[in-house]
Design a protein around this ligand. Structure first.
Ligand code: ATP
Ligand code: MG
Length: 331
């Protein structure tokens, strides 16, 4: 039986960090054997918020591709797709835009939150409409499954509604578009070591997958810990310490022991942070090794992106042909 297809992706707006790793990359690696996986390098979606910085987007395309390869995604199984090089996505976006009301987009909770975060009081048509473009990303490929975080759930509903409306209206007897299922990420957000609820690149608290071992150690060193613990003799409160939360996530085997030692004042924050940095570097070392390979073989990365995009275009052109047929737009 053919494998089910997954569509996932990243906005090339900078390097990927540990938040991306626990939030999606780790899961991608696990799923690559079971599913036909396509990873979209979503440069058009990046433009919706970063249209004034196309040079950052350009530079991030390689960074994001190499980050994905470095975590262990296998280019013999996984396909990478350069979004702006797939005209089918733009075409489908136009057709789908007739099937979505402006009000439903304006009331989309994720659009509202993101517009507030970006400080948009007069958002662009492109930003307001990015869930429609996302529907095209998913459906041009006939993706069965889309792994997402909770913030993406409203957008998945937009896609599913478009698919249903399209099929009911234009292809009632022989559905053209595949209605995708949502695969909700079970991981919660990774907090920042500065105590912020989220690690994020624009928050200045990110540990990047491409950071050197020294950088990781120095970022961990500056982490916020239990503020009531002044000297080594004071018992710590691991339940309120972000370094301890990181031990739980990245140093699972030693976590219980670290908690006990902290509570009993048997380990100080400096040593505890050193342990954590070692655990993080343990995780990142093989990633660094693969990164070094791809950094030295950028032509291979280019070919990987080109061949994935070529395959995506074949599939996308076929979808557009069927869509146009159903809409009576072909001769
Ligand atoms: P920015 O600060 O510019 O918004 P970011 O670091 O939040 O950047 P995005 O490109 O916005 O990165 O993130 C894309 C996706 O990566 C999110 O939708 C989410 O699924 C995942 N992600 C980002 N940060 C985290 C995090 N700290 N924990 C878990 N998942 C994350
Ligand atoms: Mg973000």
């Amino acid at each position: 039986m053919a494998q089910k297809r997954i569509l996932t992706g990243d906005r090339p707006t900078g390097k990927l960090h540990l938040g991306h790793y626990v939030g999606s990359l780790q899961n991608r690696v696990k799923l690559q054997d079971q599913y036909d996986t396509f990873i979209l390098i979503a440069d058009i979606q990046a433009l919706t918020t970063h249209f004034e910085h196309p040079e950052l987007i350009k530079q991030s395309i390689y960074e994001v591709a190499i980050d994905n390869l470095a975590v262990g995604l296998d280019p013999n199984k996984v396909k990478w797709v350069w979004q702006s090089h797939v005209p089918a996505i733009a075409e489908l976006t136009i057709f789908y835009s007739m099937l979505v009301s402006v009000n439903s987009l304006r009331h989309n909770p994720t659009i509202k939150t993101e517009a507030a975060n970006y400080g948009y009081d007069d958002m662009t048509y492109g930003f307001l409409g990015y869930p429609v473009s996302q529907s095209a990303d998913i459906t041009f490929l006939n993706a069965d499954l889309v792994p997402v975080g909770e913030d993406q759930l409203p957008h998945m509903e937009v896609t599913r509604k478009i698919v249903r409306r399209f099929n009911e209206m234009y292809a009632p007897d022989n559905p053209v578009l595949v209605e995708p299922k949502t695969m909700l990420s079970t991981c919660s957000r990774l907090m920042g070591l500065d105590g912020n609820a989220k690690m994020g690149k624009s928050l200045g608290n990110a540990i990047y997958l491409s950071d050197s071992a020294e950088t990781v150690a120095s970022k961990v060193k500056s982490a916020i810990t239990d503020p009531s613990r002044i000297s080594l003799k004071d018992p710590g409160h691991p339940d309120i310490c972000v370094v301890n939360k990181y031990h739980q996530i990245f140093n699972t085997a030693e976590h219980a022991n670290v908690c006990e030692m902290c509570k009993n004042a048997q380990i100080g924050c400096v040593a505890c942070k050193k342990n954590l940095a070692a655990a993080l570097n343990n995780l990142l070392d093989p990633i660094r090794e693969r990164r070094a390979y791809y950094e030295n073989h950028r032509n291979e990365v280019k070919e990987i992106i080109e061949s994935g995009t070529a395959l995506a275009n074949q599939i996308g052109n076929e979808t557009v042909r069927k869509v146009k047929d159903a809409m009576h737009l072909s001769l």
